[in-house]
Structure formats: structure tokens, C-alpha cells
Design a protein around this ligand. Structure first.
Ligand code: SF4
Length: 394
């Protein structure tokens, strides 16, 4: 029997609305929005970016997960991995009794038709979907429409004989899912490039060829099976993970366009090069809001709240860091004291502790934003903690 798939919720939106509000809403954040996104207390002023926090895709995914729990109280409800990259939200789901396939002791091999499996907002690979299908699990598909749009583009590239060049993180769930769509059953190829440096290396190969083995080793984890750079870089279509830094994605697209033009000439471009900007509107809006905040307000420092493995949050921090001290924190507890802060340094891998983050005396003006997987209640807790620490000696 084919599995049952829920793609538009489970008709329990109103029933879970109260629990969702209790778990993720913040009256304080709502009040700050009503006060022109500004919070003032004692020597502290906080300017909140005008777009921040849960995006439409995350909102929907979390909503469907709670609906699934309510709809199937007597059946195991399982997530394929983190529903979104926010530890607080994932822990809340665990507390609802939802299991995670990525946790120790869990395995897809143990799933049966009795299991209800939630697919996350960033989607799953074709291989995983086929396996869940074989096992006859009931599926609750929360894949975001913006991710489906990327898939539509890379599938079209494959159908037309173009290799997908994806600006993204090859290890990220969304990019792995997108890559699987671009190469399903050997029908197409892909190359994932992380940044300008990697794009430049690929562009150099397009322009003048090179050592095939060196290329294959360099991009070992970021290529489709059987990729041949001499064959598979002759026709390319650019796409990107939805949460990348928009300005970087556009620049990388232009780098590939220029390389293809240099190699094949302008007359060949229509037959050999395509590009779609697949940054989602929520990511774009959050990046635009941070750019506006940096532009409009003189700030002493910037706090960016979100999971350390959240791509869009890391990119918000990257935007701020060149201009002013920037601290990417996971939650209010990272503000250890008025002197010490735990944070993920921009571009770094591991959490670090820094000292002297909060100016010791006089007025202090802080910019604040949060990634698309960060609920408002965490933002509210950070505001309260900042207030306490800044005004300790008031
Ligand atoms: S960040 Fe964008 S693509 Fe990802 S879930 Fe949110 S809206 Fe969808």
C-alpha cells in the first residue's frame, strides 16, 4: 500500500495554536515591535532588525510537527533529523515525545508502517524518501515551498543536460536534498561550491582545464557520482541553498557566467549557461533588514541569536562582523556576565568565550537580530538578560 502523505497540515491548526504560542511567543518582543523595534532601559538601547526570527517555512514545519503529535497520539512520531537548526525548538519537540532518527540508537531500518515520519523544512534526499516509501511510513512533509522551487530548477537543468552548480554547504541537509534532485538516478550532475575561493577554482578549470584528478580530489565530497569536469562543466546552471549570503551568491553566479563567456564566447551563452537566484524571500528580507539596521543606527555592538549550525544565522553574523563587534549566541545563557560572553566567532567552528564584550560605562546601543529558526521567546529572554547586565550598577 502506498504511504499516506500529509503535505498541507493535519486540520488541527487551531488545536495546537495555544501550545505553539506558549512555547515560542514573547509579549516583550511584540511590544518592542510596536515601539518602532526599539527598547530603551537605563543606559541601554536595543534596536531590533525589522525582519527577524521564524520564517514562513519554519513556522509551518513546527506547526505541522505539533499537529502530527496531536493527530497520532498512540503512534510513534519520528523526525528524520533536526526539524530546524535550533536546539531549543528541537528539545521542545523531544519533550512532546517526538523521536529523532539522528539520535543515538535510532535507525531508519527500524521504521515500520506504524511510524509517522516528519520531513523537515529543508527536505530530505530522494534516497531517504524512497526508503521511507518502501517502509510504508505515514509521512508529514513540511518541505518549504522555497526549497521546492530550488528543486524545480535543478531538475529542469538535469532534464536539459545542464550540470547544477549549487552555491551551498555540501554537508547541509538542504543542499544534500537539492543535490539528490539534481542527480537522481544518474540523470544529471552537480557541483557544490561553498564560497568565492571554491568558485574561482572551478572557474579556472572552465577557462583553461587543468588536472582532472586534482579537481576531483579538491571537490571530493561536493560532486555527483561519476562527475567528469571536462564533460560536466560544458553546460552549467547556477542555483543556491536558500539561506546563503545573497550578495555572495549573486557574485558567484556572475563569476561562472564570466568564465563560461571567456571559454565559449557570448554567442554560446544561451546554450551553455543558466542562472536562477534561489535565495528565499525570508532570507533576503532578514539580510536586507540587517543591512538597513547597520546603515541607519550607530551601534556599539551586534548580537545575532540562532543555532550555531543555522546557515542563515551565520550569514547574518557575517554581514555585521566587518563593521562592529558581533556576537553570534545560541540563547540568553550565553550572556554569562557583563564581562564574559559565550559565542560562535564569525567564520569559526567552535563556541568560544570572549571578555569585555559590553561597554562598562555610559550609554550602550546594541543591534539585535535572530535567524529564521529562532523563536521570539528566545529573543525576549536575550533582551531581558541584556537589560539586567547593562543596568546592574544602575
Ligand atoms: S529559510 Fe527560507 S527556504 Fe528555509 S524554511 Fe525558511 S522560508 Fe523556507
Amino acid at each position: 500500500m502506498p504511504p499516506l502523505i500529509f503535505r498541507k497540515g493535519l486540520d488541527l491548526k487551531h488545536e495546537v495554536a495555544g501550545t505553539l504560542a506558549e512555547s515560542y511567543h514573547s509579549d516583550l518582543v511584540a511590544a518592542i515591535k510596536d515601539s518602532e523595534y526599539q527598547y530603551a532601559s537605563g543606559r541601554l538601547t536595543i534596536h531590533l532588525a525589522r525582519e527577524f526570527g521564524f520564517c514562513y517555512g519554519v513556522d509551518r514545519a513546527v506547526d505541522y510537527a505539533y499537529q502530527a503529535r496531536k493527530r497520532f497520539p498512540d503512534r510513534p512520531v519520528v523526525l528524520t533529523g533536526e526539524i530546524i537548526h535550533n536546539p531549543h525548538v528541537n528539545d521542545q519537540l523531544r519533550a512532546q515525545g517526538i523521536r529523532f532518527l539522528s539520535d543515538a540508537g535510532e535507525s531508519i531500518d527500524a521504521l515500520t508502517p506504524n511510524d509517522v515520519v516528519i520531513l523537515p523544512a529543508f527536505g530530505v534526499t530522494m534516497e531517504m524518501l524512497e526508503e521511507l516509501d518502501r517502509r510504508g511510513c505515514t509521512l508529514v512533509d513540511t518541505t518549504c515551498g522555497s526549497v521546492l522551487n530550488v528543486w524545480k530548477n535543478v531538475k529542469r537543468y538535469a532534464a536539459d543536460g545542464f550540470t547544477s552548480v549549487i552555491h551551498g554547504k555540501y554537508w547541509h541537509e538542504e543542499t544534500r536534498a537539492t543535490a539528490s534532485q539534481a542527480s537522481h538516478e544518474g540523470n544529471g550532475h552537480y557541483l557544490v561550491v561553498l564560497n568565492r575561493d571554491e568558485a574561482e577554482e572551478a572557474c579556472r578549470y572552465i577557462r583553461g582545464g587543468g588536472d582532472r584528478t586534482v579537481f576531483l580530489t579538491r571537490f571530493e565530497n561536493a560532486l555527483s557520482r561519476g562527475f567528469d569536469p571536462d564533460r560536466d562543466l560544458q553546460r552549467i546552471g547556477c542555483a543556491n541553498q536558500t539561506t546563503m549570503l545573497s550578495s555572495e551568491s549573486l557574485e558567484i553566479g556572475e563569476m561562472f557566467r564570466a568564465a563560461m563567456r571567456d571559454r565559449y564566447g557570448e554567442a554560446e551563452m544561451a546554450a551553455r549557461f543558466r542562472a536562477f537566484d534561489t535565495i528565499c524571500s525570508a532570507t533576503q528580507d532578514r539580510q536586507d533588514a540587517v543591512a538597513a539596521l547597520l546603515d541607519e543606527q550607530p551601534l556599539d555592538l551586534m548580537i545575532v541569536i540562532g543555532g550555531y549550525n543555522s546557515s542563515n544565522t551565520c550569514n547574518l553574523a557575517r554581514m555585521c562582523e566587518p563593521g562592529l563587534p558581533t556576537y553570534h549566541i545560541a540563547e540568553a545563557g550565553c550572556l554569562m556576565s557583563a564581562f564574559e560572553i559565550r559565542h560562535k566567532p564569525v567564520g569559526g567552528k567552535d563556541e568560544a568565550v570572549s571578555a569585555g564584550w559590553l561597554p562598562a560605562g555610559g550609554e550602550v546601543v546594541i543591534g539585535l537580530t535572530s535567524g529564521a529558526s529562532t523563536p521570539d521567546n528566545l529573543v525576549g529572554m536575550v533582551v531581558r538578560r541584556l537589560d539586567d547586565l547593562a543596568n546592574l550598577s544602575r
